[in-house]
Design a protein around this ligand. Structure first.
Ligand code: 9D3
Length: 244
């Protein structure tokens, strides 16, 4: 997968994109990330990328011309042409489903906004999709782009150690993860559930499933609505939540 990122602050991406999952995906050649600065596509002496809002009001607006010029220059740099995605608080909320959808694209071109926003004509005639990573205010689209890239990178074949770990992942099933433990079996007086030491794999699977369902019910009841639960599990959830 190829991802082009348009940002006024390309240096913000150096650390995160060289480590961990993304670093490995890039090293393996599964992920090709290129950073571009719209400021390099300005034609005025002072390389101005923002300006006052027509109609007044606080804050600066990103000018359309450097962004259009940058996308026009970047599209022919690789094939196929990329879906242009604007990171913005007004976008579709990123979730597992949206990540899968974007991960299926061969190429993405991400635009990170800054200042109070981007000129509306960028949205109207350059952008194909708009994504938000949550209902809180960031100072720019850069951290959001990092989140999006990390999440889609995990879906590229060969990026995860085993394809299974993705399959098993809680969000694929619509459930939170079960509690996990590793050695030592007793730490500062705290032990681990006996079933995990039993070696009884069917019982362990049952325990984990139950823990996932209960934890989801307690912490994220909103997720349960679309989770695939058996009738027995639905009853267990009712009972547990009633008894608290
Ligand atoms: C004046 C109103 N502000 C909205 C609450 C304007 C504004 C705030 C923050 C405009 C842009 C930004 C910068 N944020 C992003 O570009 C952004 C973002 C976010 O702030 N939250 C969650 N997802 C994203 S994706 C891009």
């Amino acid at each position: 997968m190829r991802i082009d990122i348009l940002t006024l602050f390309p240096e913000m991406f150096a650390g995160p994109f060289d480590a961990s999952i993304i670093g490995r995906a890039r090293a393996a050649g599964v992920l090709d990330i290129a950073l571009h600065n719209p400021r390099d596509y300005t034609t005025d002496k002072h390389h101005i990328v923002d300006d006052y809002a027509y109609g007044g009001g606080p804050g600066m607006v990103m000018k359309p011309d450097p962004i259009f010029a940058c996308v026009d220059a970047v599209q022919p740099m690789a094939e196929p042409s990329g879906k242009v995605v604007l990171l913005t608080p007004q976008g579709r909320l990123l979730n597992h489903r949206v990540v899968e959808e974007l991960a299926a694209e061969a190429r993405l071109i991400l635009i990170c906004g800054h200042y109070e926003g981007v000129d509306e004509r960028v949205r109207e005639s350059l952008v194909d999709d708009e994504i938000s990573v949550g209902d809180y205010v960031l100072s720019g689209g850069e951290p959001a782009a990092m989140v999006l890239v990390d999440a889609v990178a995990r879906h590229q074949p060969g990026v995860l150690g085993s394809e299974l770990s993705l399959e098993e992942e809680s969000h694929a099933q619509g459930l939170l993860e079960y509690p996990q433990y590793t050695r030592p079996p007793e730490f500062r007086g705290m032990t681990i559930p006996d079933v995990l030491l039993s070696g009884h794999h069917a019982e362990i699977a049952k325990w984990r499933r139950r823990q996932s369902v209960l934890r989801t019910a307690r912490r994220r009841p909103d997720l349960l609505a679309s989770a695939e639960l058996t009738a027995d599990e639905r009853r267990m959830v009712e009972q547990e939540l009633a008894g608290e």
